[in-house]
Design a protein around this ligand. Structure first.
Ligand SMILES: [Zn+2]
Length: 472
């Protein structure tokens, strides 16, 4: 049975057939972070969805080329640079490092390519020149360049492929300079933005004058450079469907680089929104969490990963702190079962995989039915526990079960008990406690111990000194 995805382009579930005639390679582009702040839990749901797609394609035997851009120049970054009274490199460097650390905490596979917009200005300029040559872009007197939707449609092309648009309300030639604009507002969008005083020191020379690229053109230029003018999969959050992805299609196909009328992207996949504690995340409601906020509350990367991978990617998911506590309990059940299996298996070699692997794969083949997949995994855990309790498993069966888990976990990435990492903030607390003890400030040392305990960790003394262990 083949793998199927819901393709936003056709609004249908379709069998995945890569462009590679040998059917082995798959090119995949995920819109990456805009590095002006720490990524929040809603962003992480989308990035984990990308990681799941990649891991599952690899599980199916595809050689995936996974590209994720780093937007290191756009309206939001410019604003941040001036707010922080800092330089572009300083702001983007800081938040990119944080992003990579977070990616590691959540055990995401690192993309094969992470192109930066600021390192692709020549490619971006060349793409805008192609659009100029096609008669689809025009320069305004201030030295900006816009994409003409009217001209694009005049060439018999369709604008509004991912979302339905109402062209009755369109006013020809109306322009929008901002990267993010009103939902379904049809207006010519900026490819190149002429330098304005607010840009400060952030600008590059171009045939149209000094300025900077628009956000949308960055993704078109970098995805086609690394994956070719036509590639298999393009992923992002549903909020990127319009205008960002619609504009990417218009730019990339408008430039006419695809051979034989092939599409820019064959499959468009979009992940749904995340609610937090039942509401849209916002700083004023107190339900806005970055990954760091959650780690500081004592949750681990694997618990957060598990929680964010509970629901189908196209369903709105309600993320809650209670849900994280349940994630912890579920992973503990899994860990206990695996620990018993390890004890029983010893050094015995594994035989065939358990049947759960086939059930798991059949469910994920159906547009990544992850909720169903977790269902069969926990049924398998229950069944395994029952057989362990009855002493009806032998060492070889235990070894096979463990080998099966390895295979399942190559997709899930929630790891085994041995890989539970201690968040750096908590290790810092442990060090502070040691320092307090040394200084004979036992009150402070006890307060830190209680704080760690409240976060679900206990201090264990080992010959190498104290370390943190998950409370049972
Ligand atoms: Zn993008």
């Amino acid at each position: 049975m083949g793998l199927k995805f819901f393709n936003t382009l056709t609004r249908a579930v379709e069998e995945f057939v890569p462009l590679d005639p040998a059917g082995k390679r798959a090119g995949m582009y995920c819109c990456g972070p805009t590095v002006y702040d720490f990524a929040h839990v809603g962003n992480w749901r989308t990035f984990l969805f990308g990681d799941l797609v990649r891991r599952y394609l690899e599980f199916k035997g595809y050689a995936v080329n996974h590209v994720m851009n780093v937007t290191d120049i756009d309206d939001k970054i410019i604003k941040r640079v001036s707010e922080m009274n800092s330089s572009l490199a300083e702001v983007t460097g800081k938040f990119e490092k944080a992003f990579l650390d977070d990616l590691k905490s959540l055990n995401c596979r690192v993309p094969h390519g992470m192109p930066h917009a600021t390192e692709h200005i020549p490619e971006i300029v060349a793409l805008i020149e192609k659009l100029m040559a096609q008669g689809l872009a025009y320069r305004t007197p201030d030295g900006s360049v816009y994409f003409s939707i009217e001209k694009y449609r005049g060439q018999g092309r369709q604008y509004g492929q991912l979302v339905k648009l109402n062209f009755e309300e369109m006013r020809a030639g109306e322009r929008v300079r901002h990267d993010e604009y009103a939902k379904e507002a049809i207006a010519d969008f900026a490819l190149w933005k002429a330098r304005v005083p607010e840009d400060g020191a952030v600008f590059w020379p171009s045939p149209w004058g000094d300025g900077r690229p628009g956000w949308h053109i960055e993704c078109s230029a970098m995805s086609m450079k690394l994956l070719g003018p036509s590639f298999d999969l393009h992923l992002g959050g549903e909020d990127l469907m319009f205008p960002h992805h619609e504009d990417e299609i218009a730019q990339s196909e408008g430039a006419g680089l695809q051979p034989n009328h092939q599409r820019f992207v064959k499959y468009w996949l979009h992940g749904a929104h995340l609610l937090v504690e039942g509401k849209k995340m916002s700083k004023s409601l107190g339900n806005f969490f970055t990954l760091r906020d959650l780690l500081a509350k004592g949750f681990t990367g694997r618990e957060i990963r598990y929680a964010l991978l509970q629901a189908h990617y196209r369903e709105t998911f309600n993320f809650t702190l209670d849900g994280l506590a349940s994630a912890r309990a579920a992973l503990m059940r899994l860990d206990e079962c695996l620990a018993k299996l390890r004890e029983l298996a010893g050094d015995v070699k594994a035989g065939d995989h358990a049947p759960v692997l086939g059930q798991f794969s059949a469910l994920l083949d159906e547009d990544l039915n992850i909720a169903g997949a977790w269902g069969v995994i926990f049924e398998w855990v229950r069944d395994t526990n029952r057989r362990l309790a009855e002493n009806s498993l032998d060492a070889a069966a235990a070894a096979s079960a463990l080998a099966t888990w390895e295979k399942l976990d190559s997709v899930l990435g929630v790891g085994a008990l041995a890989e539970v990492e201690v968040p750096p903030e908590l290790n810092a607390l442990l060090e502070a406690r040691q320092a307090a003890r040394k200084a004979k400030d036992f009150k402070r040392a006890d307060a830190i111990r209680d704080e760690l305990k409240a976060k679900g960790w206990v201090i264990e003394d080992t010959p190498k000194g104290p370390r943190l262990k998950r409370a049972a």
